[in-house]
Design a protein around this ligand. Structure first.
Ligand SMILES: Nc1ncnc2c1ncn2[C@@H]1O[C@H](COP(=O)(O)OP(=O)(O)O)[C@@H](O)[C@H]1O
Ligand SMILES: [Mg+2]
Length: 264
């Protein structure tokens, strides 16, 4: 499903203009990373996608729905939003109840709910933890519960806010796997991240935000190659990209694979 944002401005009630004219389109099935310094407006933008916030001016379309015309509850059938902090999202006493909540709430039949829950639990490797209380799990597993509970809703669009923050390498790999499966299923994925290596390894398109505006938007290679412009939003390209530049490689490299190919 397509996301179309046109001249989006948003001012918080205290008078702070957090988004200053954002226009962008995410095509159906596309996977995009959004990067930028703290306070750039990433979360404010993400919260417009599921209708938690509505534009002060401009428009946000989720498929053919303009967000101002639909409730957050309705939009939940189209956009899943994984909070940065699972503790803001989780409230059930056991994992399977938590993961079932979303699809049940969308009104799916029991057979379909069971199927969606089973698939989401398998994808996030939560089988065997179904009866656990999310609060007895490690932060890494709580994150997976948060992912599973959104994935189980089977929305065509999934938004992740800082999924890898505070996660170890094993869990980062798990999260990358989940995202690649969503891609295989043709779902549109938007990920907000500070983790530039994660961004380089897993996304073909990157949007850099700075002070409520789009600073750069293009292929990962194009965007991460613009070291000087990225610096305006305090994003450093991956170490490999910088090393490649220092070595005088002709092409911008963003992953180990590209780096090795370029050296050979
Ligand atoms: N609830 C709020 N009320 C007022 N200002 C806010 C609120 N949330 C965020 N802001 C401000 O909006 C700007 C963008 O914040 P945010 O979208 O959280 O950025 P990011 O996710 O990129 O760190 C910042 O200046 C932030 O202080
Ligand atoms: Mg944020």
């Amino acid at each position: 499903m397509k996301i179309a944002i046109d001249k989006l401005h948003f001012t918080y009630p205290i008078g702070l203009e957090a988004l200053k004219g954002i226009s962008l389109v995410v095509e159906p099935g596309e996977q995009v990373a959004i990067v930028g310094q703290n306070g750039a407006g990433k979360t404010t933008l993400a919260r417009h996608l599921n209708g938690l916030l509505k534009p002060t001016s401009g428009s946000v379309f989720i498929g053919d729905w303009e967000t101002t015309k639909f409730s957050t509850a309705k939009l939940a059938a189209r956009v899943g939003y994984v909070f940065q902090n699972p503790d803001e999202q989780l409230f059930s006493r056991d994992v399977v109840t938590e993961v079932s909540f979303g699809p049940r709430n969308l009104g799916y039949a029991k057979g379909k709910v069971d199927e969606l829950v089973e698939r989401a639990m398998a994808l996030t490797e939560l089988n065997g933890k179904a009866e656990a209380n999310p609060y007895d799990l490690s932060p890494a597993w709580r994150k997976m519960v948060a992912l599973a509970s959104i994935i189980a809703m089977d929305t065509p669009i999934v938004i992740f806010d800082e999924p890898t923050t505070g996660q170890d390498a094993v869990n980062v790999a798990r999260i990358a796997h989940v995202i690649s499966e969503l891609k295989r299923e043709g779902r549109t994925v938007v990920v907000i991240t500070h983790d530039i290596d994660f961004c380089a390894e897993n996304f073909e398109r990157v949007i850099a935000l700075s002070q409520g505006r789009v600073l750069l938007d293009g292929s990962t290679r194009e965007v991460l190659g613009q070291e000087d412009i990225l610096a305006q939003t305090y994003v450093e390209p991956p170490q490999l990209t910088r090393l490649g530049k220092r070595l005088g490689l002709k092409e911008t490299v963003t992953t180990q694979e590209e780096f090795i190919k370029s050296l050979a």
